[in-house]
Design a protein around this ligand. Structure first.
Ligand code: ADP
Ligand code: MG
Length: 706
């Protein structure tokens, strides 16, 4: 029997959450802090000391000895520098102290984090500032319990050096515009609109001992070599299949660790590929969901180790086998708890819903390039557009029912029928209830409406979900602002505004129909059709990065105070660098493995065969099989050796390039191809050499023997 888990007791037990604050802080302080959290007002410095002290006391009770300003630099992973609470006293002892100042602001040395030229090295200081909208928590590591304070990380001049700052800015932009729109539509009582996000996280688990024998996994997170196993995922018998006991043990532990941190891990199941799994939490505020996803990825890695497993978060750990993504479920919700993407039940709600839907459609069409950019990582290049969910072309899936309503609106100016038989009450003013029909899901669509939310499915599994949400929030804010400007010009009664809103809905749906696509996103016909429609098809990260710094993008991000031009330029530069560095490491690892492991192993095997040939010949036996095999191996080895030579020659050329964009392009166009040229004969050799003589575990060993 398993030990009983008291979920209610452990849930949030490591979080300095609302109930802890309410119980521990003086009433006035609690109220003041709560106001700051809910309204996003500035923190009253007078209460900071009290909050800090209570936080420290609570943390010490939980066994914490250190605190850290936990932040998310542009490396995409989280960073922390641990400080002990201790403060020495004159008598040689220590006091455990933590001041309001230490809570609110930290000054880590910023010089080792990427800044893309924003922070000259002589100005190494950056600072971290407490984001009190995301609760502090205690991280239990094998070495210590650490109080983690979620913070934003900026340069001394206030430029964002992290992934949280722009996210908070974008949430604010959307809040302002959406509230403005609701007021125009007569929804006066709404004071705030927040975004809710639920990211579904895919990952692989492999045996740690086998992992350790794969240098490619160790250095790059993905396999650079590996022939396909006899069985892949074609049987579809893994998806939702029975979970193996060892994996179950991991999932149980992971759930406990996540729950302690207040991460509402809810759904777990096996994914499409063997050894692939998924975890979905219950959605939360955009900012908290983003922090939680970062924490979850870290916790997954840590818990896996306890079970002798290795958690692979790379988008494409195994060529030819389904990769991993992160579905970013996104919706907008008012402070009154109304989800603006919920079609609603009254005619008034329906109309508002359609207007917002049309606005989002416009936003996605206007800025499809940026949205695609926001899902770009070197790893995701292996998925997007590579015949695997989803294509690199952005389109929107609405589902049969809603698409039909949109069609009626566009062609007839009003919608009078519902696909499911029921007559609509009066024109557009009432919509049928939309079913979240599981059979109606289009898994090939990158941006799908699923009942009361949009699901952005391009996002890569390693990525911080900050990037896609910054873009989503800002482009929707931009489109809403447009609508507001038009509606504000309408003079007359509420009825007139409603009529104008209806006209605008039709207009936007008509103008942006091209982005709606309900068919098979994997098909070649769609690629051709999308081109006819003029939709961008940015095939790789290197193609996508420049979209960040187009005049159009700069203008929009600056308008809403999400990024300055300098910040965008620095981000583009960092992305080019990150791409180049990633491929450079892959190239070096390819050379290392090819030269030091594969070539020697193949030569040994050749010798075995050659010895066999002479021995067989000596006793007058037929050696044709051995000779054919030997000549096959020799041919492939020759090809591989030549390819190694080319990669070895091109890599230093890439390394020497100074312009980051040209360099990234060269890595993409040349080095990447060179690497594949080494891999192809190597994978054929794997099929020719005896298993016991191959230097590392095969795909089959890795994904079927967990
Ligand atoms: P699936 O897509 O696998 O069918 P669900 O639709 O139940 O699963 O939800 C997937 C994710 O979407 C979960 O993280 C869930 O919490 C989140 N989600 C559900 N409703 C919303 C919403 N209104 N806004 C944002 N995320 C949501
Ligand atoms: Mg989903």
């Amino acid at each position: 029997m398993k030990e009983k888990i008291n979920v209610a007791e452990i849930y949030g037990s490591n979080v300095f959450n609302d109930s802890v604050m309410k119980a521990r802080l003086p009433k006035a302080v609690y109220k003041d802090l709560k106001k700051t959290i809910e309204e996003g007002t500035e923190l009253n410095p007078a209460i900071a000391d009290v909050v800090a002290n209570e936080m420290k006391e609570w943390a010490i009770e939980k066994g914490a000895t250190h605190y850290t300003h936990w932040f998310q630099p542009m490396t995409g992973v989280t960073a922390e520098k641990h400080d002990a609470f201790i403060s020495p006293t004159d008598d040689g002892k220590v006091l455990l102290e933590f001041s309001g100042k230490e809570l609110i602001k930290g000054e880590p040395d910023a010089s080792s984090f990427p800044s893309g030229g924003l922070r000259a090295t002589f100005e190494a200081r950056g600072y971290t500032a407490w984001d009190c909208t995301s609760p502090a928590f205690i991280k239990e590591t094998p070495s210590a319990n650490i109080l983690c304070i979620p913070t934003a990380f900026c340069s001394y001049k206030g430029e964002a050096l992290d992934k949280k700052t722009p996210l908070l800015r974008s949430m604010q932009a959307l809040d302002i515009q959406a509230t403005r729109l609701l007021h125009l539509l007569g929804n006066d009582s709404v004071t705030k609109v927040n975004t809710s996000v639920g990211p579904e996280q895919e990952y692989f688990l492999v045996d740690e001992e086998k992992y350790k024998q794969r240098k490619d996994l160790i250095f790059t997170g993905r396999t650079l070599f590996g022939a396909m196993p006899p069985k892949g995922q074609e049987m579809d018998d893994h998806y939702f299949g029975i979970i193996k006991p060892r994996i179950e043990g991991f999932m149980r532990d992971l759930n406990i660790e996540a729950w302690k941190l207040g991460i509402s891990a809810k759904t777990e199941h096996n994914e499409v590929a063997p050894a692939q799994h998924e975890l979905a939490p219950i959605y939360d505020s955009n900012n908290v969901a983003t922090d939680h996803n970062q924490l979850l990825m870290e916790t997954m890695r840590r818990v896996a180790r306890r079970h002798g497993l290795k958690c692979l978060l790379h988008e494409k750990p195994f060529a030819g086998i389904n990769g991993s993504g992160k579905h970013n479920n996104w919706s907008m919700v008012t402070n009154e708890g109304k989800n603006l993407l919920d079609p609603g039940k009254t005619p008034h709600e329906n109309q508002q819903f359609l207007l917002i839907l049309a606005t989002i459609i416009k936003a996605v069409d206007d800025h499809a390039d940026l949205l695609r950019m926001s899902a770009s990582t070197p790893g995701n290049d292996h998925r997007l557009g590579a015949n695997e969910a989803p294509p690199a072309i952005i389109s929107i899936f609405l589902g049969e029912q809603l698409e039909d309503v949109v069609k009626q609106l566009v062609t007839r100016g009003e919608a009078t029928t519902s696909k499911h038989g029921d007559k609509l009450v009066s024109g557009v003013h009432s919509l049928p209830e939309f079913e979240k029909d599981a059979t109606d899901r289009n898994r090939t669509s990158p941006f799908a409406f699923t009942g009361n939310k949009f699901e952005f499915r391009m996002v890569g599994s390693t990525q911080s979900i900050s990037d896609p949400n910054v873009v989503l929030n800002t482009i929707v804010a931009d489109a809403i602002a447009d609508v507001c400007e038009k509606l504000e010009k309408v003079e007359g009664s509420a009825e007139d505004v409603a009529m104008a809103a209806h006209e605008l809905t039709k207009e936007m749906l008509t103008d942006h129909q091209r982005i709606i696509f309900n068919g098979n996103g994997y098909s070649d016909e769609w690629v051709a059709e999308a081109e006819r429609r003029g939709l961008p098809n940015l095939k790789s990260m290197v193609d996508a990065i420049p979209t960040l710094v187009t005049n159009k993008a700069v203008k929009m991000f600056e308008k809403f105070g999400v990024y300055t031009k300098d910040e965008l330029e620095s981000r583009a530069e960092i992305l080019f660098e990150q791409y180049a560095q990633t491929i450079n490491i892959e190239a070096l690892a390819t050379l290392d493995i090819a030269k030091k492991q594969i070539v020697p192993a193949v030569m040994k095997y050749q010798k075995k065969l050659a010895d066999a040939v002479s021995e067989l010949k000596a006793v007058g036996m037929d050696t044709s099989v051995q000779e054919t095999l030997l000549s096959d191996i020799t041919e492939n080895l020759k090809e591989m050796f030549a390819a190694i030579g080319v990669l070895e020659e091109d890599t230093p050329k890439a390394q020497a390039m100074e312009d980051v964009q040209a360099q990234a392009r060269f890595y993409h166009d040349t080095i990447f191809k060179d690497m594949n040229a080494v891999r192809e004969p190597a994978d054929r050799l794997e099929m020719l050499v005896a298993k016991e003589d191959w230097p590392f575990p095969s795909y089959g060993d890795l994904i079927f023997e967990v």
